[in-house]
Design a protein around this ligand. Structure first.
Ligand code: FE2
Ligand code: FE2
Length: 474
């Protein structure tokens, strides 16, 4: 079923049949547009961008590609198709029909899950709003805007649930989504990583690789929810999310590719000489990996969590690919290894799996990150130059969980404060690193041209050539 774009809010939830809900969302819409105008991508009011827009939720041909004037993008509400007779896959309600409405006893917990997820979506748009000024190419600029409009749509997805199922509280939460702002000292976004600055394109590619990937794992566990509208919303969001991680993975890969080419030309891996040649040395990249990875690990929360256990037993939030896991889906006797500090040493310890669900999701995430790093390392290996990139130890640079109070090196050694102070400039991006990266950020606005610090992508968007005019400035 194609989506009707003549409606004020395009949707596949038969919004027109529910006048009250439609009016409520139509009164939120101008607030959203004002927020987009003030805190969305800077200076883009007149840009025409080659964007994809969802036109159905079928797996083939769900998107349409064409030029869109940025403020005229049509943010809509799209849920994946319902599954016939879907039943609950896990927890105390296993085997019962999935809920089409919110059970009163789980109302506040479900609202909290939806608000926490929803809050990240506009946050990342705010974090990335200045990047358009310094794009490495029109291709990359277009991808940035694609991600921004889709994060905006993800906010719509969560706001729809709040309006449709949570009454007045939900409407108030929807307003609050536009009142908290990334990095605002008085009204910050809910989660730490979404209050960090995204000052330049290296941070942005790292963010889309590491932090959007946290989003993938959160959405995938919510896509298992017994609350069917939430599950279906998240399933469709995951379709869009894949492109965001693609942008991060290929962005970093193109930086590595360019750096390795210059390393070969100059026959050196000396960071200073590579910087002199205008590329990003691998040691600097490693420091940015260390930072973005550790900040993103925090997003999974405490290793042992009774909240996570409750979300699972009540059926609100499943595990990654819950239905594909071969066990009782109740975790009555199961255990899971959890890392912690015992007498100053990091050890993994079997704990009740029900309490370790955050840790389990974090483990799934770590494995996925490692697969991405392996693909980056293949580029380095193919040039036979330079040290391979590594994920730091999970206890490195953590602010949340069992290691929040402990200094740990990227290799996993527990350190004293002075050892940390001595090493930290080698492990996390320094002020000089940021200044150097910032010095590379000169806009490249001619079709087909590319900044000198990254190589061109393997192919263009939707079959278009690289020299295609992905963004028109009028
Ligand atoms: Fe998103
Ligand atoms: Fe995303």
């Amino acid at each position: 079923m194609a989506i009707d774009y003549s409606e004020r809010i395009p949707n596949n939830v038969t919004l027109a049949d529910n006048r009250r809900l439609q009016r409520a969302l139509e009164s939120w819409q101008p607030h959203y547009l004002r927020w987009w105008d003030e805190l969305g991508p800077e200076g883009t009011q007149a840009y025409e961008v080659y964007l994809r827009t969802a036109i159905s939720v079928e797996s083939d041909g769900w998107a349409n590609f064409g030029y869109v004037k940025m403020p005229d993008y049509r943010w809509g509400i799209f849920l994946a198709k319902p599954q016939d007779n879907r039943t609950i896959a896990f927890g105390d309600h296993q085997g019962e029909p999935a809920w089409q409405d919110v059970p009163g006893e789980y109302r506040s917990q479900l609202r909290r899950l939806i608000v926490t997820q929803g809050d990240t979506e506009p946050a990342s748009v705010e974090q990335q709003r200045h990047l358009g000024r310094t794009c490495p190419s029109l291709y990359d600029l277009r991808n940035l805007f694609q991600i921004n409009v889709e994060e905006g749509r993800h906010l719509w997805a969560m706001v729809y649930l709040l309006h449709a199922y949570f009454g007045r509280d939900g409407r108030e939460e929807a307003e609050m989504m536009l009142e908290r702002h990334s990095g605002d000292p008085d009204r910050p976004r809910i989660l730490g990583a979404f209050n960090e600055a995204t000052p330049h394109w290296l941070s942005y590619f790292m963010f889309t690789f590491f932090t959007d990937r946290d989003g993938k794992y959160q959405l995938a566990s919510l896509a298992e929810s017994s609350f069917d509208p939430l599950a279906r919303t998240c399933q469709f969001m995951l379709t869009e999310e894949a492109h965001h991680m693609f942008v991060g993975e290929t962005g970093i890969m193109r930086i590595i590719q360019r750096t390795c080419e210059v390393m070969r030309e100059l026959r050196t891996d000396d960071p200073e000489r590579l910087r002199g040649a205008g590329v990003i040395d691998l040691t600097t990249l490693q420091r940015f990996i260390n930072f973005h990875y550790s900040v993103s690990l925090d997003l999974f929360g405490q290793e042992r969590s009774t909240n996570a256990a409750t979300y699972f037993t009540t059926g609100l939030k499943g595990r990654y690919h819950e239905t594909r896991i071969d066990d009782d889906h109740r975790l009555t006797d199961a255990t899971w290894p959890v890392y912690g500090l015992v007498n100053g040493v990091i050890v993994g310890d079997e704990q009740p799996a029900l309490l370790a669900l955050n840790e389990r999701l974090r483990d799934d995430y770590i494995a996925d990150c490692q697969r991405g790093l392996d693909r980056w390392n293949k580029v380095i290996e193919s040039h036979r130059m330079g040290e391979l990139l590594q994920l730091p130890h999970r206890a490195f640079n953590r602010r949340i969980g069992a290691f929040a109070e402990t200094r740990v090196s990227p290799g996993g050694a527990v350190l004293s404060e002075s050892e940390w102070e001595q090493g930290v400039a080698n492990w996390l991006p320094t002020r000089e690193d940021h200044a150097y990266i910032a010095s590379l950020m000169q806009p490249v606005l001619e079709p087909g041209e590319m900044a000198g610090w990254m190589s061109p992508p393997a192919r263009g968007i939707h079959g278009q050539p690289l020299e295609f005019r992905y963004v028109k400035f009028s």
